[in-house]
Design a protein around this ligand. Structure first.
Ligand code: AMP
Length: 398
């Protein structure tokens, strides 16, 4: 019999999962990963082995509404029938918001679920989807440990000054503050850095998580001290379709002079801005990199320019810079974007090794003379959640 930890990441219309083999007091090992997409339109289930071979696929007819609860049932059926000797010991969930109360992963009980549901107004697009599979599993498998891991958690150790806005302080006290996101990814990078570059891990590192969503985090001796995301995941760096840092006066102008309401503004900020908004072409960096269109070039230039500026801002927040780490879709795969960003860090002592930068996977891409070490490190948020779930099991089982 194989004891397993299942990691779930529930998005607005998809449920991603990873199944790990559980080992007492040791690193979980990936067995399977997969996803069910189109939960409300045309569900499509696929699963792959740890080596990337497809092991299962099913498609439902157009108009089928599985929803998140249905997707959990599909996953459990798959686990029960395709892998008969598997016993699920724990579910680890990616939950976007832990508020101020939850800086560490937490075993879900009634009180925790109530607390997390109360945070829904802070992340209305994500929190309800994240919580739905927890509810379904609590109803179906009440005895199985469920652990919530938070995208905000890693940032709760920042100094207060990094976590506030210069708004009337009563608003700050009521919870309107910088929470930060992508924390599970940053925690994973901080956890592997000591084994990769001990000096960087003990020093001051800026990590760039550049994917469809993009943010950066200043990590000083393993502790997150500043980040670019704020109250919501629309602040900071420009993203695929999200605008990043914006003068709030623009929003007042759009309301007063252009008659836009909050729904129209939210659609624009989250879905029509960023790389897509500037280029008018695509939110996908691969498409933009290959395009000769002047606006596609401007979108790429703006992205690199803003990321390059944040490098200096985050270094200033730490009072120094020993290392830079790139991760996620763009950060791990685009040598061109990394090079453009690092160009803006030359004055900080960053020198790129062009051959190393054109490789793939984990690599040091700074030259021997670079004062700042630069790394590409693939992130693994699922493994980070599985590790926490394993620790929770170990504690529970003594
Ligand atoms: P993620 O959200 O981490 O899955 O990253 C997804 C994004 O990574 C996509 O939207 C692409 O823009 C980007 N991406 C993936 N591969 C490449 C590549 N080889 N070059 C440039 N961008 C890439």
């Amino acid at each position: 019999m194989t004891e397993a930890i299942v990691v779930l990441n529930a998005g607005s219309s998809s449920l991603k999962f990873s199944v790990f083999k559980s080992f007492v007091r040791a690193e979980p090992a990936l067995l399977l990963r997969g996803q069910i997409e189109g939960l409300f339109t045309e569900p499509h289930f696929r699963a792959w082995s740890a080596l990337g071979e497809k092991v299962a696929e099913s498609v439902w007819s157009r108009g089928t509404e599985l929803g998140h609860a249905g997707a959990v049932d599909v996953l459990n059926d798959f686990l029960a029938h395709q892998t008969a000797d598997l016993t699920v010991r724990a579910y680890g969930h990616r939950v976007v918001h832990g508020g101020l109360k939850y800086s560490e992963p937490v075993v879900v009980d009634d009180q925790v679920l109530e607390d997390l549901a109360r945070l829904t107004p802070l992340a209305p697009l994500h929190q309800p989807n994240n919580l739905q599979p927890i509810r379904t599993l609590r109803a179906h498998s009440p005895g199985i440990l469920q652990l919530a891991c938070f995208d905000t958690g890693f940032h709760r150790h920042q100094p207060l000054v990094a976590q506030i806005f210069a708004l009337p302080y009563a608003l700050t006290q009521s919870g309107i503050r910088r929470y930060g996101f992508h924390g599970i990814s940053y925690e994973y990078i901080a956890s592997v850095l000591p084994g990769i570059d001990p000096l960087a891990a003990a020093g001051k590192t800026v990590v760039f998580h550049l994917g469809n969503g993009a943010s950066a985090c200043a990590i000083d001796n393993g502790i997150g001290v500043a980040t670019t995301f704020g109250f919501t995941a629309v602040e900071g760096l420009p993203m695929g379709t999200r605008c990043g840092a914006l003068d709030p006066g623009v929003l007042l102008y759009l309301i007063d002079e252009r008659g836009m309401d909050s729904a129209a503004i939210a659609k624009m900020l989250y879905k029509e801005s960023g790389l897509l908004g500037i280029s008018g072409l695509s939110s996908d960096m691969r498409v933009l990199e290959m395009s000769d269109d002047p606006r596609a070039r401007l979108a790429v230039e703006y992205f690199c320019y803003r990321v390059g500026r944040e490098l200096a801002s985050l270094a200033a927040a730490m009072g120094g810079l020993d290392a830079i780490v790139f991760t996620a879709g763009i950060g791990e795969n685009s040598a061109f974007i990394r090079e453009r960003i690092l160009e803006m860090g030359r004055w900080l002592g960053v020198e790129v090794d062009h051959d190393a930068n054109s490789g793939r996977g984990l690599a040091r891409i700074s030259s021997a003379v670079s004062r700042v070490a630069v790394w590409v490190i693939p992130t693994d948020e699922e493994l980070m959640i599985a590790r926490h779930a394993q620790r929770a099991l170990d504690v529970r089982d003594g």
